[in-house]
Write a protein that binds this ligand. Structure first.
Ligand SMILES: Nc1ncnc2c1ncn2[C@@H]1O[C@H](COP(=O)(O)OP(=O)(O)OP(=O)(O)O)[C@@H](O)[C@H]1O
Ligand SMILES: [Mg+2]
Length: 267
């Protein structure tokens, strides 16, 4: 009998997957499940496989098919990108750095509704989509920049537009890739506040990073990734310790925690 509770519980279920980046086998027989409602950080050093994992979720990479492997998102193993975006919003500055620099703010947000990045010049946008784009820009306080070219925005402004692009669908789950890298302290804390606000209204967040300072208190589960393997997984407060992170990053690290936020120092 199918266990329906289990199907509904896991939003992401990877089983025994193998993934290549060109000729390089990155994941080999890798398994991971992420639960609905559980805000999670995936933390790992450079080269651990974080971006590869995101590309997999974003359908930019595919698993090697074999009888033991499967990738299920929201209980389904086949998705078209458009439908998936309504469930899973991926915000990655790195993955979107080839984004059209000439696009105006409004069209960056609207492009969340359409598959390709280069369609805004000739696309007739739906009035409902335009209204939703305005509401999302209003929510993030970026409406004033709707007619500005993406390339002329600051890093923090661009980051908010990419967040708006993912949020315009009101997806159930947001996946954030190093969301505050390159932001100054004000922009960093402001961005974190926006993310915290979204979590407080029930949005599920999966954060992928190598920076402990960008992990908001609302995140409860920590998964440590190293050389494309899960080396630790559990309650964040038990995992984000100097001892465990020193092992993860192969050097002595001291961790300070205050009000649910973390900072790393040389150990
Ligand atoms: N296009 C590519 N072709 C071949 N190998 C790649 C490619 N991109 C990544 N890799 C390799 O895959 C492995 C995982 O890389 P990935 O980019 O997923 O790491 P990461 O955890 O995101 O690291 P970082 O913190 O530096 O962003 C690394 O060994 C990397 O060299
Ligand atoms: Mg990366």
């Amino acid at each position: 009998m199918i266990n329906r509770n289990k199907v509904l519980k896991n939003i992401i279920e990877l089983q025994n997957i193998t993934v290549f980046q060109q000729r390089n086998k990155v994941f080999d027989n890798f398994s991971l499940s992420l639960e609905r409602g559980q805000n999670t950080v995936i933390l790992g050093p450079n080269g651990a496989g974080k971006t590869t994992l995101l590309k997999l979720l974003n359908r930019e990479l595919y698993i090697v098919e074999n009888e033991n492997s499967s990738i299920k998102l929201f209980g389904k193993d086949r998705w078209n990108v458009q439908q998936l975006r309504a469930h899973l919003g991926v915000v990655s500055h790195h993955l979107q750095s080839n984004y059209s620099n000439n696009a105006l703010g409004l069209y960056v947000v609207l492009s969340g509704f359409y598959a390709s990045d280069g369609i805004w010049q000739h696309q007739n946008f739906d009035t409902e989509h335009i209204e939703l784009a305005h509401q999302t820009m209003h929510l993030l306080g970026i409406e004033d920049l709707k007619s500005r070219q993406f390339s002329t925005m600051s890093t923090g402004e661009q980051r908010k537009f990419l967040l708006a692009r993912a949020l315009v669908h009101d997806p159930e789950v947001l996946v954030l890739d190093e969301p505050t890298s390159g932001l100054d302290l004000r922009a960093c804390f402001q961005y974190l506040e926006i993310i915290q606000g979204l979590m407080s209204t029930g949005k599920n967040v999966i954060l992928v990073t190598h920076h402990v300072h960008e992990i908001p208190p609302e995140i409860t589960r920590a998964i440590l990734l190293k050389e494309a393997k899960v080396v630790d997984d559990g309650d964040k407060t038990k995992i984000l310790t100097g001892k465990i992170l020193s092992k993860l990053f192969d050097r002595p690290i001291k961790i300070i925690e205050e009000n649910g936020f973390y900072q790393a120092l040389p150990g």
